[in-house]
Write a protein that binds this ligand. Structure first.
Ligand SMILES: [Zn+2]
Length: 325
């Protein structure tokens, strides 16, 4: 993942951060548009991340995250549901640092949008097939061993999908790393599997204990790993799993909990991909393996804006407020 690449291509050149003023009379973004409330939370955590990077070997990340999305340009567009106007993001300058809370949130939104668009096509092409949601884990490890552990899990997963007993004809896998209470890292895989229609009644059906056995064998572990497998109900759509599948790699509260842990996470995760696809799902979803080129989302680009509104980040107040342009 090109997390060091600066991206300003989608941004109007006229946009530059404004000096912070204490004018709290200006309308807050969260007041005008409640559905844009997450901006304040993510941008607030981005300030924390910038502070954690400051003075470390990642000083350049600190600088980039600090100025990430300081000014947002929204267009006003008709809201089909409400019959009113709504805000649509038109431009922002994103830092693209991997663990920037704003950028990881936008990245996840773009991935989800893509999956919501594409998965119905898979359902249409394989209407009788069924879906499984599989979560694979292993023991927690010191964060300093995360990179080696993820590499071992990758190899284990490759062995798993090559087993004759592996029932899926397609899969999508995302990596999540959480922080255990003891400060250890808890790496795990979330997997969406597409299995043939006869899977549940046939001899290839795998019980939970069978999955544990296969994963243990593939990982060459000397203990039974924790694992969860759930079937999407017949007739239900795999789309309901998308939020869990394509969320952040590490949740924001874990990112900002401990500076040393976070710096080590940054070292360990450097340039690792967090999404992988295989089998027939590769044909549909391979694009998810790459960093989205667009973090704005231009699916409604055909609409004509009624007007543009600008919101600037008020660092001390932890809110975006309108600025005059
Ligand atoms: Zn950013």
């Amino acid at each position: 993942m090109p997390d060091c690449v600066s991206d300003e291509s989608a941004v109007a050149s006229s946009i530059a951060p404004q000096p912070e003023t204490s004018n709290s009379q200006q309308l807050a973004l969260s007041e005008l548009s409640p559905r844009d409330k997450p901006w304040d939370k993510h941008r607030g955590n981005a300030d924390k991340v910038a502070a954690l990077y400051a003075g470390s070997e990642f000083q350049r990340y600190s600088n980039r995250v600090e100025f990430c999305s300081e000014l947002l340009k929204f267009g006003l567009v008709p809201d089909a549901d409400e019959g009113d106007l709504k805000l649509k993001l038109r431009a922002a300058r994103f830092c693209r640092v991997r663990h920037c809370p704003v950028c990881q949130w936008r990245r996840s939104l773009m991935w989800k949008a893509k999956a919501y668009k594409v998965l119905p096509r898979v359902v249409e092409a394989y209407p009788k097939h069924r879906w499984l949601f599989l979560t694979l884990t292993q023991k927690n490890v010191p964060i300093s061993e995360l990179r080696d552990t993820l590499a071992a899990m990758n190899r284990g997963f490759q062995r798993l999908v090559q087993l004759k007993a592996f029932p899926a004809i397609g899969w999508l896998r995302s990596t999540e790393v959480t922080r255990g209470r003891d400060g250890n890292g808890h790496p795990h895989f979330h997997c969406l599997l597409l299995v043939p229609s006869g899977y549940f009644a046939g001899k290839n059906y795998l019980r939970q204990s069978d999955w544990v056995e296969l994963w243990r064998k593939s990982m060459r572990l000397d203990y039974d790993p924790v694992l969860d497998v759930q079937a999407v109900k017949k007739g239900s759509q795999p789309m309901e799993l998308v939020p869990e599948l394509l969320k952040y790699c590490t949740k924001e509260s874990d990112l900002v909990a401990d500076r040393e842990w976070f710096l080590e996470l940054t070292r360990q995760m450097h340039k690792l991909r967090t999404i992988a696809t295989g089998g027939i799902l590769k044909d549909y979803l391979k694009e998810l393996e790459e960093e989205p080129a667009d973090l704005i989302g231009d699916s409604e680009s055909g609409e004509v804006d009624e007007a543009s509104l600008f919101f600037g980040w008020r660092r001390r107040e932890k809110k975006y407020r309108m600025v005059d342009r």
